[in-house]
Write a protein that binds this ligand. Structure first.
Ligand code: F6R
Length: 338
């Protein structure tokens, strides 16, 4: 089976962090008369980015359920930043550097006087930010944005560390161990993929694994060209679950279970209820001794599952033509002023 860039993920993770500037906190910029002091106190972190880049924000939010993150992480997937931010650090992530929504929100952050750090392989984001003296972490390339995930996530982790938001250095290698563990489970991933053929997957996750669920859905969309639904509990246990009595055909429930006690107990009850209505949920148990190891295991294992599914369906996994077409039309019609 062609694993595309997955076997390179451990080295992508390690290489990508080498380019994070050491002296981030001593940067002071003056942009359009506004002084931006990277050493000043911050009270939130906004992660702005779309798709395979934006999912880094979801994964960091997951991790902050387990880590003692000093400030909230706000995930922003839009051309505008949320209003009423007080003293945020903005991390603008775009693999290509050419995603209009991300460039616009990075520009908006600077115009509001917020410190911004870019993570990209280059493109306009790099040119625009570097031109203003804003720090940019240049990362190694992959076959498509989503296959470069560790190179997008690992620098973001180091940035959190440098800004004193979370201590991550002790866990970085465990994340890589999670990737390597998943790479040893390719046969299991193929078996999971076989069970998804011909279905619409309904993916159940707890809030603290939301990022893993979203990433699985995105990989199903982009690699296997498959629709799927993510239901996040507890909330999903108060609405989505009612649809288990549906007459709609072809749904396949997949419950992703983390090793944490509370999550496990909640999901056990959920699975009991779903099963009592005749559905037979597939249970995917995430493995890992640390939060980062578990997340990396999950995204790698489920990503490989979607590649296996693409192969079973005879679908070409890498290209995402509708996304490219939409981006081209947006730029032709000048929907975004970038
Ligand atoms: C994933 C993918 C998309 C992009 C998204 C944003 O492989 O192709 O989800 O990640 O369109 O583009 P970038 O990541 O270049 O900012």
């Amino acid at each position: 089976m062609n694993l595309i860039d997955y076997p390179k993920w451990p080295s992508l993770a390690r290489e990508s962090i080498l380019n994070v500037p050491m002296d981030l906190r001593s940067i002071r910029l003056s942009i359009d008369g506004k002084v931006i002091d990277y050493g000043a106190e911050i009270d939130s972190v906004v992660i702005t980015g779309m798709g395979g880049s934006g999912v880094v924000g979801d994964l960091l939010s997951d991790l902050c359920w387990f880590w003692d993150c000093r400030v909230p992480i706000i995930v922003s997937k839009n051309m505008r930043l949320p209003r009423r931010l007080s003293r945020p650090l903005v991390i603008a992530i775009s693999y290509s550097g050419n995603t209009a929504e991300t460039i616009m929100s990075a520009n908006e952050a600077l115009s509001r006087g917020y410190p911004v750090v870019g993570i990209t392989t280059g493109g306009k984001l790099s040119t625009v930010l570097s031109g203003k003296g804003v720090p940019v972490v240049l990362i190694p390339k992959a076959s498509a944005p989503r296959y470069g995930l560790p190179a997008l996530l690992y620098p973001a982790l180091i940035i959190l560390e440098r800004f004193g938001i979370a201590s991550v250095t002790n866990e970085l290698e465990s994340g890589i161990a999670g990737i390597e563990n998943a790479l040893r489970h390719v046969d299991d991933a193929v078996n999971l993929a076989k069970q998804l053929v011909g279905s619409i997957p309904v993916v159940w996750v707890t809030e603290s694994r939301r990022g893993v669920g979203i990433r699985f859905k995105n990989d199903l969309n982009e690699n296997a060209k498959y629709y799927s639904v993510v239901s996040v509990v507890p909330e999903g246990a108060h609405n989505d679950i009612a649809a288990v009595t549906t007459k709609q055909v072809g749904l396949r429930h997949v419950a992703i279970m983390g090793p944490n006690d509370y999550e496990g107990l909640y999901e056990e009850v959920l699975i009991d209820v779903i099963s009592s209505f005749g559905a037979k949920p597939i249970i995917v148990k995430l493995e890992g001794k640390t939060p980062l190891e578990t997340e990396m295991y999950g995204v790698t294992y489920l990503g490989i599952t979607t590649l296996a599914l693409a192969e079973l369906l005879g679908v070409e996994p890498v290209s995402t033509e509708p996304i490219d077409r939409l981006k081209n039309l947006l730029s032709e019609r000048r929907v975004f002023p970038v």
